[in-house]
Write a protein that binds this ligand. Structure first.
Ligand code: DX5
Ligand code: ZN
Length: 215
């Protein structure tokens, strides 16, 4: 199934709850929450209290993307805050397999993310355990960047590696209505869109347009 995961990074944070409600009314299934620590990525965003407060206001599936060093130190806290899917970066830990186990012990789905320059070979020993792979199609840290076209081939290769396993393939960064089809054709089934959704005036209508193309 194809899933849209709008990223709140592109929201007007003074009307966060209203904007999220519009995305939900449009039919978006996931809500993408980008956590940045100013260390793994050169930017800061938001963290645990924002997620736990939003949890009280939204029934969407919380797709938490941890762009933080040593994610193993915070998994339980993000699970408690209300994350449903927790994705960490392979580059941010020495113990990817252990982090996946930790996420599962919390009863949550585990995603593993790769930066654009990280080779997909590091996935081969965790694909039997992970629930999702996230391929960054921009360098993580900022919204509104241009899609890196070399990633399209990487999506195809990772899709082939996944084979018949029940592992979702999420693509994050620079995806809009213009290049959505390319990303879907390459094999992605979870689509993150920040500025292409929350950067628009008609959020609900934009989500509907995405979902129409993704059906
Ligand atoms: C970037 C984040 C993305 C970001 C995507 O580091 O991981 O989720 O919000 O934003 P757009 O869709 O605007 O590229
Ligand atoms: Zn993200």
């Amino acid at each position: 199934m194809n899933i849209l995961s709008p990223s709140i990074l592109a929201c007007d944070f003074s009307s966060l709850v209203e904007q999220i409600a519009q995305a939900e009314q449009g039919g978006a299934q996931y809500l993408h929450l980008d956590v940045m620590d100013g260390h793994f990525v050169p930017n800061l965003s938001f963290g645990l209290p924002v997620i736990s407060d939003l949890r009280k206001k939204s029934g969407m599936i919380f797709d938490v993307h941890l762009m933080i060093s040593n994610p193993e130190q915070y998994i339980e806290q993000f699970a408690e805050a209300g994350a449903d899917v927790i994705t960490f970066h392979a580059e941010a830990t020495q113990h990817a397999h252990r982090v996946i186990q930790q996420i599962h012990e919390c009863g949550k789905k585990a995603g593993i993310a790769l930066n654009p320059a990280t080779h997909e070979s590091c996935l081969s020993y965790v694909l039997n355990d992970a629930d999702m792979v996230l391929l960054m199609s921009v360098n993580p840290g900022f919204g509104g960047q241009k899609y890196i076209s070399e990633v399209t081939d990487k999506i195809r290769r990772v899709k082939a590696m996944i084979g018949s396993r029940q592992v979702d393939l999420e693509v994050d960064g620079g995806v809009g209505l213009n290049n959505l089809q390319t990303v879907l054709d390459a094999g992605a089934n979870v689509i993150v869109a920040g500025s292409a959704v929350f950067g628009q005036t008609d959020i609900k209508g934009t989500v509907e347009k995405f979902l129409e193309k993704m059906a």
